[in-house]
Design a protein around this ligand. Structure first.
Ligand SMILES: Nc1ncnc2c1ncn2[C@@H]1O[C@H](COP(=O)(O)OP(=O)(O)OP(=O)(O)O)[C@@H](O)[C@H]1O
Length: 299
């Protein structure tokens, strides 16, 4: 469990993270989404004790990260896959991490195997790794201490399609065993696939949070009839919201069967009736962050 309460970070007069509160639950994969500069990395760094908050708190498993005894045993962190020592081999990187964490040395081979780095690749220096290989090594390091919580900044960045699929099943498996996963990504469709819960941030503020189902469900219908004006009046009288649909006809908060009943009672013939289309995370993302994106353009 990660609990963030009223977390704020100011750099001079600029507020990078603005009074942010959320909970990341165990047993779930939580996606942290937002446009460039939204404040994702800053918030994650504060959760891991790397950036000091101006105000508010972030706790992991009930304690500030820095107060956890041997934190890598509890929290696996991957904030910047490029930040690994370029002159060491992958195996050396993991072996050193195992010594520091106090993990059994045989975990090194287990983790290399888990993240799909071959013995030959593990023997190469990190400076010769592709971004995807660095991500795999970063994940191996994060998992080394057998943590209950994972905090991963853009972990699928640089992974090929097979790597993305592998990461998806790894994170789902981790959450299934009761682990807590927070990951940020720009890959909206990927987030839609992998996440159970979503937190959307824009301009340093949380603009939406909830389960994927809650955030992506668009209850309602699109309807056309022989008399849309009369149908709109009848629907509104029934307590439903009605707007003009961009593609013609009406969009309403009423479910198709409710539209059918209203139309029947008002003796209006329908010419088309469909469940409202769910345009997915991409549309949600652009709608929710449009205001901050416009501000950025205007600035
Ligand atoms: N040390 C710093 N000093 C001044 N401003 C900073 C500092 N660190 C981050 N910022 C600013 O805070 C804002 C949020 O940055 P952050 O890296 O958290 O965004 P992000 O959502 O992770 O973006 P991206 O997706 O591009 O990585 C940006 O405008 C950034 O320039």
């Amino acid at each position: 469990m990660i609990t963030v309460e009223r977390l704020t970070k100011r750099y001079g007069g600029f507020t990078a993270v603005d009074d942010v509160s959320f909970t990341v639950r165990p047993g779930r994969v939580t996606g942290f989404l937002g446009p460039n500069g939204a404040g994702k990395s800053t918030a994650m760094r504060m959760m891991c004790g790397l950036t000091v908050p101006t105000a508010g708190t972030a706790t992991v498993l009930g304690k500030p990260y820095a107060a956890l005894p041997n934190p890598a045993r509890h929290v696996g962190v991957l904030l910047d896959a490029s930040a690994q020592h370029a002159g060491r081999t992958g195996r050396e990187t993991l072996t050193l991490a195992a010594i520091m964490v106090g993990a059994d040395r045989k975990r090194v081979d287990e983790m290399l195997d888990l993240v799909g780095l071959t013995p030959k690749e593990a023997g190469r220096r990190v400076r010769n790794y592709s971004l995807g290989m660095r991500q795999r090594l970063g994940i191996a390091t994060a998992l080394l201490g057998d943590p209950q919580v994972l905090i991963l900044d853009e972990p699928v960045n640089g992974l090929d399609p097979a790597g993305i699929r592998w990461m998806r099943s790894l994170l789902a498996g981790f959450a299934e065993q009761g682990g807590t996963v927070l990951l940020s990504s720009h890959l909206l469709l990927e987030m839609q696939e992998v996440s159970d819960d979503l937190i959307v941030i824009g301009g340093g503020k949380i603009v939406a949070q909830g389960s994927k189902e809650e955030l992506l469900s668009v209850p309602g219908s699109v309807v056309a009839s022989l008399d849309d004006v009369a149908l709109a009046t009848a629907l509104e009288r029934g307590g439903f919201e009605v707007t003009l649909h961009a593609g013609g006809g009406l969009a309403t908060s009423a479910q198709p069967e409710q539209v059918g009943v209203v139309a029947r009672d008002a003796a209006i013939a329908l010419t088309n009736l469909t469940l409202a289309q769910n345009h997915g995370l991409e549309e949600l993302f652009f709608n929710l962050t449009a205001e901050t994106a416009r501000e950025e353009v205007a600035a």
